[in-house]
Design a protein around this ligand. Sequence first.
Ligand code: PLP
Length: 338
Amino acid sequence: MLVDLRSDTITQPTAGMIDAMRKAITGDDVFVEDPTVNELEKMTAELFGMEAAIYCPTGTMSNQIAIKVHTNAGEEVICDKMAHVYLYEAGGIAFNAGCQVKLIDGNNGKFTAAQVSDAINPDDVHKPTSTLVCLENTANRGGGSCYQLEEINKIRKVVDENKLKLHLDGARLFNALVARKESPIEYGKVFHSISVCLNKGLGCPIGSMLIGPSDFIRKARRIRKVFGGGMRQAGYMAATGIYALKNHVHRLAEDHAHAKQLADAVSKKDFCAQVIPVETNIVIFEVRAPFTAKQVVEKLKAKQILAIAMSATQVRLVLHLDIRPEMVSYTQHCIDKM
Ligand SMILES: *Cc1c(COP(=O)(O)O)cnc(C)c1O
């Protein structure tokens, strides 16, 4: 039995998804004529109570389109020092939008309204103009931790007072919504734009949605084309998104329970110095000497359990659709014996 806990992106499409793909009615989405893509976009926009949405091949592209639309070259984007948009999008903020970044030293990938206030530059010719704040929920490097909606509302207030824009990298937003029993409508109200991944916990082969007001999405459609993301019969893939939104959201709670189960097992071990409190489907733990993260990953691998070393001392386990309860029991058993 191979237990692949490296990422929630490795899932294979379910039988229901493949069936949905087979039955999809498609057209040319660059002409906005793919009925399945149009349905997915409408469905997502309505879910968040926003005007429009656009289907993108990846979460990286959704985020990069949003950043490009919200900013002009030479401006400054504010985000956490562990943000995906900063760490893992290949320098896209500089490459695509010509902007620089102001990093916030947050707590497990999340920051406060006061920290945003401090990060905004004054109106001074020496300084780049601050125009955009990017939040990440759940925070990937923060061990899948979630924001308090109340804090996000406070951040929005600071953003409004300074005439900035607020973008959410919600790659795993549905994990946060399920964990905290929150409504997507609340998120649609507080952000100027939201990206959500279909290719993570929701289990689609590819895809991400960028959601926002109509004029924003109209501009996003042009930028998506510039980035080479104007797809043709994308409805075959969009059908998996519709299927996942209908069938794979509530089950995320199972992944969260599995993550807690593994975190409990790991926290009892001598090699574990600390586990970042588990709120969703990600377990990140700090490894103690004499062990390194790499050695712990090797030990797990010898048992057919795959994990990722996030740094010299951090190991990450991610729960997802393809991890069944017996795989979690097996992993727990192996950790207990390590
Ligand atoms: C995965 C991820 C993305 C986008 O990833 P793609 O692989 O480009 O779809 C963006 N933000 C976060 C926090 C992620 O974990």
